[in-house]
Ligand binder design. Structure first.
Ligand code: ATP
Ligand code: MG
Length: 420
């Protein structure tokens, strides 16, 4: 893509009321637009990044046999009343409104209820199980805190997967698969070294849920990390009794601030029982389906990546999620040799399906470099006077700042992700 065609421009300042580093940088670099506190639109660069994150998650959910669907944002009051999650006394973050035709609806905070009902229309026998089903969908939560930028949206993207099993053994198998898929997902997203499986509250039919917590000073959670075991305990469940259950010792734990990027739960029959999701087993007996639920926040992950990797110059995207792999920066003026040479290189890279943002704007080198640093694309190729004709290009790695001369083949390899 030619940067001269991109409708967004970088800006010097984020809105004065924005306090989160992630939102500040993402707004300045033109990835997101702030509509209101805790409400953000995703602009072309931001959507490309979000979609990269979504695609990694989708691949991992498909790899464990997840079937993708999409449910509605508008929710049925009657359904949620049956599980006792409609009342504002019980769940305090609903956005609710009235139908003109009469009656109330709410915007989905999560989707256990509607998916359980859908499944009750398709599952009847043990032969129909197990099932993994998931979606990417906007959730709406009337969040009180709004100091974490896109990491705490009132409207935000969530991938929520649900598992349906016959018995505990089958459920545990599904849960273990989903857990492994989550570990792999965070590794692929570049957050593996920073992210800990963390015992937390929210367990139903098991004492704990497991959170995926990424270490960051901007995190809202406090966790206690056992570096050796690569496990952690959320402060909310830290007690001598729980540590004993988990086989962790207090002396080995280090307190850290962290961001909850994912959360997986054993649900047991919490939803299947009240909503009548059951099946007939091999002996002809009716049994309730056992469920699990697996949530992950692509938009929160995008904010987390900014928080974890950004430096004083701007955003630093890992290759797996960067909006483009390569930033081609031409230091010429319209119509001169340098620009002609950069145009040719851009056309050649594009012909090979490379992922390139081409800064073809008539701006000073300093401005272009500052923008490039702010936007955070992993590799920058600079085409200046000496590049034209020499066929060696100056390449800067955004993360390390290291510079190297690279051949045309090597630049192509960087821009496509294929070996040179
Ligand atoms: P928190 O404790 O931070 O409010 P939660 O425990 O309520 O989050 P879950 O219901 O477990 O969140 O949601 C699953 C995942 O969705 C979270 O692990 C997180 O990645 C993401 N998520 C939750 N709330 C938000 C939000 N307000 N904005 C962006 N992402 C969110
Ligand atoms: Mg959670």
């Amino acid at each position: 893509m030619r940067q001269s065609q991109l409708f967004t421009k970088t800006r010097r300042n984020a809105p004065a009321d924005e306090v989160a580093k992630n939102a500040e940088l993402l707004i300045r670099a033109g990835f997101v637009h702030k509509e209101m506190a805790g409400v953000y639109s995703y602009l072309p660069l931001g959507l490309r990044t979000l979609n990269k994150i979504v695609e990694v998650i989708r691949e991992e959910m498909n790899a464990v046999g997840g079937q993708e669907l999409i449910m509605t944002a508008l929710q049925d009051k009657e359904l949620w009343s049956r599980t006792d999650r409609w009342d504002d006394e019980k769940v305090d973050n609903w956005f609710k409104t009235e139908f003109k035709s009469g009656g109330q609806t709410g915007l989905a905070i999560t989707h256990e209820e509607p998916l359980t009902r859908i499944m009750s229309e398709y599952v009847s026998s043990y032969r129909d199980l197990p099932i993994f089903a998931y979606q990417f969908q906007n959730k709406f939560r009337n969040e009180l805190r709004a100091k974490s930028g896109i990491m705490r949206g009132k409207e935000f993207l969530m991938k929520d997967m649900y598992s349906f099993a016959q018995d505990d053994a089958q459920h545990q198998e599904l849960y273990a698969k989903a857990r492994t898929a989550y570990v792999k997902t965070f590794e692929r997203l570049g957050l593996g070294a920073h992210t800990y499986v963390t015992f937390a509250s929210g367990g139903i039919f098991s004492p704990f849920s497991e959170e995926f917590q990424t270490i960051s000073d901007s995190g809202e959670d406090t966790i206690y990390v056992d570096e050796e075991k690569k496990l952690a305990v959320n402060k909310e469940v830290l007690s001598d009794e729980n540590l004993a259950t988990l086989g962790l010792s207090r002396e080995r734990l280090v307190e850290k601030k962290a961001i909850e990027v994912g959360n997986i739960f054993h649900l047991g029959t919490r939803f299947s029982e009240p909503l009548g999701l059951s099946y007939t087993d091999e002996e002809g007996k009716r049994r309730p389906v056992l469920m699990g639920c697996y949530g992950i926040g692509p938009s929160r992950i995008m904010g987390t990546i900014v928080e974890v990797f950004a430096d004083e110059k701007g955003i630093v995207w890992p290759e797996a999620v960067a909006p483009f792999r390569l930033h081609l920066v031409a230091l010429g003026k319209k119509g001169d040799d340098v620009t002609r040479y950069a145009d040719e290189l851009y056309d050649e890279l594009s012909a090979h399906g490379a992922s390139v943002l081409y800064d073809d704007r008539d701006l000073r080198a300093g401005e272009k470099f500052a923008d490039s640093d702010l936007i955070g694309i992993p590799w920058r190729v600079i085409v200046g006077k000496d590049a034209a004709g020499s066929d060696l290009f100056e390449v800067v790695e955004r993360a390390s700042g290291e510079t190297a001369k690279k051949t045309r083949e090597e630049v192509l390899a960087l821009a496509t992700g294929r070996a040179a």
